[in-house]
Design a protein around this ligand. Structure first.
Ligand code: BTN
Length: 256
């Protein structure tokens, strides 16, 4: 997956037909990808930067982006109906979890809806999808060398802290390869294979959760699983059908 460059440097290899565009420093790779789309960039363009000065997370949060961690954005043209595009979020979670497992085989990575990846209950990857119709920008941040310090909303870790020596290039190559593979699978077979792969890696099924959405009070219940379209299913009371959640932040009451 990784080819030798001059003087022992390594450069990530991307799947055939994909293109890697590198920067030392950008505001946000998602923003840079948006600028490249305006200039005609196509499916499979991967923007990667060593440092982001304005890295962003979900719900307008800041994403701390020091040198040594992976900050990348992949431009995707989904070949699925528009209503299915939110499934790309879970697809990316599966692809990244598999990629991390391939570079750190002794660690266990768990998916938390919609697309966080945790190790020992600590977050080490965040995914931010942004619409740039007809493209989607898939922004991925992996704490490879260090986890953000200071005030964070949740416990964090990094691949290095988990004893994994893989570098940014190796992680990037593994992610691009899995993304390409899962995008083709989605195109050919729809969401079901992604749903079952996600459920295999999901943490907290059958356990208590609190879900925070923008438009209502926190919802407390038991995590049941995923609906056939990717909505999260939460059982609020013993009787009655589970509630479908399409957007929100999930907090697992017990850690993974
Ligand atoms: C989250 O968990 O809140 C999502 C974090 C997403 C961070 C990545 S880093 C690469 C890309 N560029 C950004 O500005 N954000 C995403």
């Amino acid at each position: 997956m990784v080819t030798e460059k001059a003087a022992g440097e390594v450069e990530a290899q991307v799947p055939s037909g994909w293109r890697l565009v590198r920067f030392d420093t950008v505001d946000s790779t998602n923003e840079q990808a948006r600028r490249l789309i305006a200039g005609g960039a196509e499916h499979g363009t991967v923007v990667v930067a060593d440092v982001q000065t304005g890295g962003r997370g979900r719900h307008g949060r800041k994403w701390t982006s020091p040198r040594g961690n992976l900050h990348c954005s992949i431009i995707v043209h989904p070949h699925r109906p528009q209503r299915e595009v939110p499934q790309l979020s879970l697809l990316t979670g599966v692809a990244v979890a598999e990629a991390l497992a391939s570079v750190a085989p002794h660690s266990v990575f768990r998916a938390k809806w919609p697309n966080d990846i945790l190790c020992r209950g600590r977050k080490l990857c965040g995914i931010l999808l942004e619409n740039a119709e007809p493209s989607v920008i898939v922004g991925i941040g992996v704490d490879v060398a260090s986890a953000p310090g200071g005030e964070v909303l949740y416990p964090t870790t990094s691949l290095a802290e988990e004893g994994c020596r893989a570098g940014v290039e190796e992680v990037l190559a593994a992610i691009c390869q899995r993304m390409d593979r899962w995008l083709r699978r989605w195109e050919a077979d729809g969401f079901e294979p992604i749903r079952s792969a996600w459920l295999e890696r999901a943490g907290g099924i059958g356990e208590p959760v609190v879900v925070r959405t923008e438009d209502r009070d926190p919802l407390r219940g038991t995590l049941v699983g995923l609906d056939t379209d990717g909505a999260l299913l939460i059982q609020e009371a013993v009787d009655g059908p589970p509630r479908r959640i399409l957007a929100g932040d999930v907090h697992l009451v017990r850690s993974l």
